[in-house]
Structures are given as structure tokens and as C-alpha cells.
Design a protein around this ligand. Structure first.
Ligand code: NDP
Length: 476
């Protein structure tokens, strides 16, 4: 037994993770259900480092130093359970099983409980950055016991992305915490992508600009506050020309966005916890709307726009308005996502450090951005900040763009351009800052038809009005 870490599941992700471990000097045991993938890894990358290939799971486990560290990188769901079942009889107390696939966090909680009962550490780990990140440095979000992190953490930190010398990997929290945080990361990614798409649409429709021209605007934006991987690739995609037609590539792509499910999980959990993650929800539903083909056909055929026409005298001012609206909406979407992490942390007993999450997302992952430093700083100022938007930096940043944000959302509505994420983020902003909400009326209605009771602004207690009788107020 000489391998320090093992990887089972050698499709694109597992193969690249194994190579990343090897390139960092670790001896890596490698295994895949079908040997062909193991063979292919050895043939093409075997020279990159010290690999110990095995055909059987038993040989694979036997090739690992104790306590064994096995990374599972297979298709999420039933395949993960199948691999765990095969591993269990071969492992011994104190061994560490890492699930680096995109597991749904309730599955991770269940698996952790089952393995802990057998004296094993189960580490549900979020890994972001796709194929490229897995090879060159992903953002890694490991959950599980602190004890397991002592021996596993340094290895994961070694292969993770680095920003200013700091690893994009840290201990997240017990059982499902790592996979939960990865899920919210993906939810935020949905929101960020939708906001960027809406900004593109506004520039396209408002200015009548070409994809390449808008690509230049995004390139310019990437030199400022908005600097991020997603803005950078947006500029690149918009400037790409389709070889077959000579048209802008984005103009020949069918306008239906698909999803694999992490956005949906995030929204479902937001509903479970009662956290208004409107940016992520609107982004998820916007993808659903894009794929609602019969509905879109029916709507396109008969629904009038009855909209105005863009009359933009000052193009630069409009571009700047859209930039400011994008930044403000983005702050809201991230603020909501971090609220969800706080709520889950309290609900499931995870004690997640939100500032540390922003820190490990600065590199390696899809939402990597300069902006995340501001989030880390905000939680350094106040670790229990109830609302990211209320941090002094973000309050200032949003106030600076507020008038622009309102103009953009209003003009989009007047001109018939759908901006669900921009609009709902502004509505959230106005809701969360409101002195008084019309929720009072909703609670009164609930008491009227369902005797659901209400509280009063002027004194303590729980009350009910006898609506169908003499309308006297009773104290419950
Ligand atoms: P896939 O999700 O395509 O899974 C293929 C791998 O799973 C193969 O190694 C396959 O083995 C194995 N497998 C499938 N069923 C079983 C089973 N019943 N028993 C044993 N092994 C099985 O691979 P990816 O590399 O794309 O992703 C791996 C994991 O990483 C997934 O959970 C994914 O969600 C996650 N992930 C992926 C990212 C990406 O960008 N692709 C990014 C971040 C996370 P065989 O070769 O024998 O068929």
C-alpha cells in the first residue's frame, strides 16, 4: 500500500482530479468501473506522475495507505450509492470516503450518517470549475468531520485554485454542508448568468447593437467592478463568429436554456427554508420559460406588445445605466444566496463561515470574481451580518446605481423587454428596505377567511376579529 489518495470514477472530472493530485506529487490510486477509462488515463497521462492503476475495487483499496482516502467521482445519485456499497466491506475504521460528485445534500446527510455508524468518515465535497478546474485547480467545498479535514484538507488545499496564495478550499461544516454550499454556488451562478443575459438583451434591443459590439462593452466592463469569469467569457462568446454561417455565434444558437437540476434544488430549498432567493428563482424559471415551446408559440402568435420604442439619445449613458443596474442586481442575488446559507447553517446546525465561502469562490469556480473579496470583507466586519446588502460597502455601491437601476427596469417594462432578474432584484431591494409592507393586508385577509389571527403594531398579543359576527376583537 503506497498511494496517498485514490480516485474511483475516471470520466472527465475524476480523470482530471487524479492528474491534478499526481501533478502535486501525490501517489494516486486510480480505478474505474470499466477498466478502459483507467487504461486510457494511464496511456495518455500516466507519465505525468505516480499513478497506481487497479482493475478491481479490492486491489484499488489495498493500494492505499491508511487511513485510506478514497475520492468517488461518479455520476451523482444511484451510482454513488453503488460505489459506496462496493467500497464498504473493503474499508476499515478511520478511512475517509470523499464524494466529490454533485450530490444533493440530503443524500450526503444520509450517507454520512450510514458511514459514521461504521466508523468511517464521509466527506461530501462540492467541486466547481468543470473539467478545466479539476485539472488546474478547482474551488473545493468539503463537508464532514473536522477530524477528517486534518488529514484530507492539506491534500485538497494543495490541488485547489489559489488566489493571492490562498487556497480556494476550506472546511465548510458537518455532513451535507459542503454539497449544500456547492448547490447555492450553482444557484448564484444561474442568477448571475440570467442577469448578464438580461443586460445583453437590453443593450441589443435598446441600442440595436451587434453581438460583437456588445462583446466589446462586456470586455470593457470586465476591467471594473464587474470583473469576473462569467463577464469575461460572455465577451468572448459574443465576439465569436459561427464558421458555418459567418453570423455571430450567439445569433445562431437556439434560445432555449437547459438545466441539470442544481438551480431547481436551490430554489426548492429556498422555499423549504422560507428564504426569498428571488434572483435564483427567476433565473431558474427564465430557463424554464425559454424551454416552454408550445406556450411560447401560442404567446408569440397572439399576445400584443403594446410597447414603446427605445429612444436613446445618449448611448454611453444607457450603457452605464445597464452596467450599474447589473451590478446592483448582482449584489441582491448574492445577498440572497448568502442569506440562504445562513438560514441553512442555522437550520441544519452547520455553523458555516460565509466570509470563508466567498473567499474560496474567488478562484477555480464559475462565479469567480473580484467582487467576492468585497463579500469576504463584509463578513469580516460583521460575521453575523443579517443582510449583505446592508453592509456599508454594498449599501454605497447599490445607492450609487439606484437611479440607473430604476430607469433600466422602467424602460425595459415600457419597451416590452423581459428582465425578470433585474426587476425582481429591484423589487426585493424596495421590499427589504420598506418601512411598511402590504403584508398587513394579507394577514388581515387570512384572519378574515381562516381565523389565522394577527399581531398589532400598538400592543403585544395575538388577536382575532369576529369577522362574520359583530367584528369584535378577541385576544387569543
Ligand atoms: P459522469 O457524471 O458522466 O459519470 C461517469 C462516471 O460514472 C464513469 O466513470 C462511470 O463509469 C461512472 N459510473 C456510472 N454509473 C456507475 C455505477 N453504477 N457504478 C460505478 N461507476 C459508475 O462523469 P463526470 O466526470 O462528468 O462527473 C463526475 C461527477 O462530477 C458527477 O457527479 C458530476 O455531477 C460532478 N461534476 C461534474 C462537473 C462537470 O463539469 N462535468 C463539474 C463538477 C462536478 P464507467 O466508465 O464504467 O461507465
Amino acid at each position: 500500500a503506497r498511494a496517498q489518495i485514490g480516485v474511483t470514477g475516471l470520466a472527465v472530472m475524476g480523470r482530471n482530479l487524479a492528474r491534478n493530485f499526481a501533478r502535486h506529487g501525490y501517489t494516486v490510486a486510480v480505478h474505474n468501473r470499466s477498466f478502459a477509462k483507467t487504461q486510457s488515463l494511464m496511456d495518455s497521462a500516466g507519465h505525468e506522475g505516480d499513478f497506481v492503476p487497479s482493475e478491481s475495487m479490492a486491489d484499488f483499496v489495498a493500494s492505499l495507505e491508511r487511513p485510506r482516502k478514497v475520492v468517488i467521482m461518479v455520476k451523482a445519485g444511484a451510482a454513488t450509492d453503488a460505489v459506496i456499497d462496493e467500497l464498504l466491506p473493503l474499508l476499515e475504521e478511520g478511512d475517509i470516503v470523499v464524494d466529490a460528485g454533485n450530490a444533493h445534500f440530503p443524500d450526503t446527510i444520509r450517507r454520512e450518517e450510514a458511514l459514521a455508524a461504521r466508523g468511517l468518515h464521509f466527506v461530501g465535497t462540492g467541486v466547481s470549475g468543470g473539467e478545466e478546474g479539476a485539472l488546474n485547480g478547482p474551488s473545493i467545498m468539503p463537508g464532514g468531520t473536522r477530524e477528517s479535514y486534518e488529514s484530507l484538507g492539506p491534500i485538497l488545499e494543495a490541488i485547489s485554485a489559489k488566489v493571492d496564495g490562498t487556497p480556494c478550499c476550506t472546511y465548510v461544516g458537518p455532513n451535507g454542508a459542503g454539497h449544500f454550499v456547492k448547490m447555492v454556488h450553482n444557484g448564484i451562478e444561474y442568477a448571475d448568468m440570467q442577469l448578464i443575459a438580461e443586460a445583453y438583451d437590453l443593450l441589443k434591443q435598446g441600442l440595436g447593437a451587434s453581438a460583437a459590439e456588445i462583446g466589446e462593452i462586456f470586455s470593457e466592463w470586465n476591467t471594473g467592478d464587474l470583473e469576473s469569469f462569467l463577464i469575461e467569457i460572455t465577451a468572448d462568446v459574443l465576439q465569436h463568429v459561427d464558421a458555418a454561417t459567418g453570423s455571430a455565434f450567439v445569433d445562431v444558437v437556439l434560445d432555449q436554456a437547459e438545466q441539470k437540476g442544481t438551480g431547481r434544488w436551490t430554489v426548492q430549498n429556498g422555499l423549504d427554508l422560507g428564504v426569498p432567493i428571488t434572483g435564483i428563482a427567476e433565473a431558474t424559471f427564465a430557463r424554464a420559460l425559454s424551454g416552454s415551446v408550445p406556450q411560447r408559440e401560442a404567446g408569440r402568435a397572439v399576445l400584443p406588445a403594446d410597447a414603446g420604442t427605445w429612444e436613446i439619445d445618449d448611448r454611453d449613458a444607457f450603457v452605464e445605466d445597464v452596467r450599474l443596474a447589473l451590478y446592483a442586481s448582482k449584489v441582491v442575488a448574492y445577498s440572497q444566496g448568502f442569506d440562504q446559507i445562513a438560514a441553512a447553517s442555522a437550520e441544519y446546525g452547520w455553523d458555516i463561515d460565509r466570509g470563508a465561502m466567498a473567499r474560496i469562490w474567488r478562484g477555480g469556480c464559475i462565479i469567480r470574481a473580484r467582487f467576492l473579496n468585497r463579500i469576504t470583507e463584509a463578513y469580516e466586519r460583521d460575521a453575523s451580518l443579517p443582510l449583505l446588502l446592508a453592509d456599508e460597502y454594498f449599501t454605497g455601491a447599490v445607492a450609487n446605481g439606484l437611479a440607473a437601476w430604476r430607469r433600466v427596469v422602467a424602460r425595459a417594462a415600457l419597451n416590452g423587454v423581459p428582465t425578470p432578474a433585474f426587476s425582481s432584484s429591484l423589487a426585493y431591494y424596495d421590499g427589504v428596505r420598506a418601512e411598511r409592507l402590504p403584508a398587513a393586508l394579507i394577514q388581515a385577509q387570512r384572519d378574515f377567511f381562516g381565523a389565522h389571527t394577527y399581531r398589532r403594531t400598538d400592543r403585544d398579543g395575538i388577536f382575532h376579529t369576529e369577522w362574520s359576527d359583530d367584528r369584535t376583537e378577541q385576544e387569543a
